[in-house]
Write a protein that binds this ligand. Structure first.
Ligand code: PXG
Ligand code: PLP
Length: 449
């Protein structure tokens, strides 16, 4: 969209009407589009159609860690378009895609060494769930059909991800479409025990014992996989309690249940490491990823699996398809080229280290909001943080919307959901930008109460 057109659209509410926006208040947006149409992006900033500059507090939607318009990624895409723009995903191969799988496998925790490509986080989750079912079936354990997710978990919007997810609003309209046989672990956020924790809360590891109860209820022989985000992102940066993920790992191992880490947000840098698995020192059986793998420039996601899982499928006649699953755009050359360039930057520019250096800066900046009127909790981990706001009576979500609008006016683009504000600034942010972000958010909070 060019700027003139965008300006015209913002002036003509009717021009905005045909687009049904995802996860958005369509009617409110279309009546109040001012400062919310983005015309340009570079580095850690957007510019609105009105010409105002906004700091990209959430790296897009958690995906643009290296900043917008990264020249190395742009050059790679231009070259790729001239070389191979698309190649059939099924029964043919593009060498760059094989090389990318090799690179991602080398970055992944030891033992996880095969990669299946998809185009989004939602597809990565549904793919992982199908792999889990298929794996057990190939192992002669076809009765393992149950999944265990977690309250407040977000695993995208496919039927599988919605079912194992734990967000009421995302589920309640579609109960008939939920996978059968899904249980949910309790979420781990309890402000009474952990409000204003810096990093991992000390309280809450025992909540993983709920998995033992679920296993006792259904018997392990019926359970295919447990899926959790190592750090819950969409729910508002819910950080795992010390020891919690280790307990889940032990229980899954003991009972032959696959452990899936949904690392769509935590993968490729946000945690100051390649994966949350590294950061938290727990190795799952599968990792789902998307977003930061190629800086969000072209849709790309995937599932990294243990060797044994891949090998379980590699039976039957050699000329036959082993896994009846895949997408037209699996391993798309353009997405792959952007990923190679992104990994080049992550590797050669010490990005994970930079994130680790910025983590205490973000922690201090965001925890300085403790004590502001209406701030009920502040949480942080890696380059991610969130705070909860006291809701307006009988109007859930309105307080965060007001803070969001005041933040926009101050030149900050954070994420609001429910009455929580989340930030996940670009890896390229400077300490001064992070400090300014927190100060502008403080002013926005004060203006909203
Ligand atoms: N799993 C996890 C852990 C996610 O965070 C998905 C799956 C789905 O990915 P796709 O690419 O299908 O959207 C996600 C996506 C937010 C926010 O504000 C989070 C996501 C997407 C948009 C906004 O926290 N996470
Ligand atoms: N619907 C139809 C009619 C199709 O032909 C295809 C793919 O060929 C799909 C859906 C799936 O699309 P994708 O592979 O992009 O997920």
């Amino acid at each position: 969209m060019n700027e003139a057109l965008a300006r015209n659209l913002s002036e003509t509410a009717a021009g905005l009407d045909p687009y049904w926006m995802p996860f958005s208040h369509n009617r409110y947006f279309k009546r109040h589009p001012a400062h919310r149409l983005l015309a340009r992006a570079e580095g850690a900033y957007y510019w609105t159609v009105e010409g105002e500059r906004l700091f990209d507090c959430l790296s897009g939607l958690w995906c643009v860690g290296l900043g917008h318009a990264h020249p190395r990624i742009g050059a790679a895409l231009a070259r790729q378009f001239e070389t191979v723009d698309y190649s059939p995903a099924f029964q043919m191969g593009y060498p760059g895609t094989f090389r990318l799988a090799e690179r991602i496998a080398a970055m992944a925790p030891a033992g996880l060494d095969h990669v299946f490509f998809v185009n989004s986080g939602s597809e990565s989750v549904d793919t992982a769930l199908k792999i889990a079912l298929g794996y057990h079936r190939m192992q002669g354990e076809a009765a393992r059909i149950r999944f265990v997710g977690r309250e407040r978990g977000y695993h995208g919007v496919g039927f599988g991800g919605m079912s194992v997810g734990g967000m009421v609003a995302n589920r309640k309209m579609f109960p008939s479409a939920e996978l059968p046989g899904v249980d949910h672990l309790p979420h781990t956020h309890d402000p009474a025990h952990m409000a204003f924790s810096r990093g991992m809360p000390q309280w809450g590891a025992h909540l993983a014992d709920e998995l033992a109860r679920i296993v006792a209820l259904h018997d392990a022989s019926t359970i295919a996989a447990v899926i959790v985000e190592p750090m819950q992102g969409s729910a508002g940066v819910i950080v795992p309690p010390v020891g919690y993920l280790q307990k889940l790992r032990e229980l899954c191992t003991r009972h032959g249940i696959l452990l899936i880490f949904d690392e769509v947000i935590t993968g490729f840098g946000r945690m100051g490491a390649a994966f949350g698995a590294d950061r938290f020192g727990v190795v799952p059986d599968m990792i789902t990823f998307a977003k930061s793998v190629n800086n969000g420039v072209v849709p790309l996601g995937g599932v990294i699996v243990r060797k044994e899982i891949y090998q379980a499928f590699m039976t039957g006649p050699e000329h036959a398809v082993e896994f009846f699953h895949g997408y037209t755009y699996s391993g798309h050359p353009m997405a792959v080229a952007a990923a190679h360039a992104t990994l080049d930057v992550l590797e050669s520019e010490g990005v994970f280290e930079r994130v680790r250096t910025l983590e205490p800066v973000l922690e201090d900046a965001m925890h300085s909001l403790k004590g502001e009127r209406g701030v009920l909790d502040v949480r942080n981990c890696g380059l991610a943080a969130a705070f909860d706001l006291e809701p307006v009576a009988d109007r859930p979500g309105l307080r965060a919307l007001r803070v969001f609008e005041h933040a926009l006016a101050a030149g900050q683009l954070p994420r609001f959901t429910g009455d929580t504000i989340a930030v996940g600034p670009p890896f390229i942010s400077t300490p001064a930008e992070i400090a300014k972000m927190a100060d502008d958010l403080r002013r926005a909070i004060r203006a909203a109460f």
